[in-house]
Design a protein around this ligand. Structure first.
Ligand SMILES: Cc1cc2nc3c(=O)[nH]c(=O)nc-3n(C[C@H](O)[C@H](O)[C@H](O)COP(=O)(O)O)c2cc1C
Length: 340
């Protein structure tokens, strides 16, 4: 093995769970569960391929789940609440967000959506407590009932927790709105509630981004100072890992020539394991990320195209290009994928 690959294939301990290498599958929603939210045999086979293909860690889509995924990789369950950009909720038609502000963008068609998001109601104090309890209860079930190894709280990409963090989506004047310290509070409180429920021996981390599924180019107005507050408060709260995602992970997070978001995560949450995501499927980019503050790289589209990507990197065989047709017309798992 050459020295470049060696760095990617060095094991890492995350609060007592050992991933055999630094390559992880990024969370990807594939809407293949049953109508009532149960994991299917197709999903088992889909996730198994990544483990067999050599990934050291697999992060699931934001789901309710069962015991499908422990096939040799560290299995992280992602807990997700879509808030104001929830679509296709089978329980109710209305949505809640931090404030009654029309979300940007349109519903995602590959998840059966169409047109604009509905105008959310401002979530009440009682509903916030329910949402936090929902994360904590689901996390405990993911560990205790389904047998996952670790929990990722989805604090990124424009969903509920990120809506609180986002200045233009959150106009609250209570302790959940205003300064960045207040807007990050729901993420931190959710983390603490999950930690209290699952205990200190279970790895718990948080995913953070600037861009969103409904606003790709958003930047934190406070730039590095915001990064310090956000990553610093997650580090202080005891996050075992912080998962940052950007379109291209190596790009400066703010000003030209400035540090990347993964570098800032490492700087302000130095004790946490840093997962980095965003166009990191090539070996050069993946290795460079490890030099730029990341401890683990997570791979989305590259893993869909190459479920055996770690094996290919090891033997230096070429990678297949991601074909967006896999996700059309809707994002469900296709039979052809299971043959790869
Ligand atoms: C089909 C699909 C579904 C996704 N679903 C989720 C999700 O449920 N949770 C999440 O945090 N990110 C989700 N993402 C984002 C990916 O985790 C990742 O950030 C993105 O694909 C960029 O990484 P890449 O350049 O390696 O593809 C999804 C991406 C794709 C392509």
């Amino acid at each position: 093995m050459d020295s470049e690959a060696k760095a990617l294939f060095t094991p890492i301990d995350i609060n007592g769970r050992t991933a055999k290498n630094r390559l992880a599958v990024a969370p990807m929603t594939r809407i293949t569960a049953t109508q009532d939210g149960r994991a299917t045999e197709t999903m088992t086979r889909y996730y198994e391929r990544f483990a067999r293909g050599g990934f050291g860690t697999i992060i699931t889509e934001g789901i309710y789940t069962d015991q499908a995924f422990s096939q040799g990789a560290v299995a992280i369950a992602q807990m997700m609440h879509a808030g104001a950009i929830s679509q296709g909720n089978r329980f109710r038609d209305s949505t809640v967000g931090p404030s009654a502000i029309q979300p940007k963008g349109e519903q995602m068609t590959f998840y059966h959506g169409k047109d604009r998001y509905v105008l959310p109601a401002a979530i009440t104090e009682e509903q916030i407590a329910d949402a936090i309890a929902g994360f904590a209860g689901s996390a405990a079930r993911a560990i205790q009932v389904a047998g996952f190894d670790a929990i990722e709280i989805h604090g990124a990409n424009g969903y509920l927790l990120d809506q609180f963090l986002t200045d233009y989506a959150n106009s609250r004047t209570d302790r959940w709105g205003g300064a960045t310290e207040n807007r990050v509070r729901l993420i931190v409180e959710t983390f603490k509630a999950v930690r209290a429920k699952v205990g200190s021996a279970v790895p718990v981390g948080v995913r953070i981004s600037q861009g969103k599924v409904n606003d790709y180019h958003h930047k934190w107005a406070g730039a590095e100072r915001d990064a310090e507050i956000i990553f610093g408060s997650l580090g202080d709260a005891g996050a075992d890992f912080v998962h940052v995602t950007e379109f291209e992970a190596w790009k400066p997070a703010f000003a030209e020539d400035g540090p990347s978001l993964m570098r800032l995560a490492k700087r302000y949450a130095p004790k946490a394991t840093i997962f980095a995501n965003g166009s990191l499927h090539n070996i050069e980019q993946a290795v460079a990320a490890l030099d730029d503050g990341a401890d683990v790289v997570t791979i989305g589209r590259g893993a869909l195209a190459n479920p055996d990507l770690p094996k290919r990197l090891l033997d230096r065989s070429s990678l297949d290009e991601f074909d967006p047709a896999i996700l059309g017309p809707i994002a469900d798992i296709k039979d052809t994928e299971l043959m790869m």
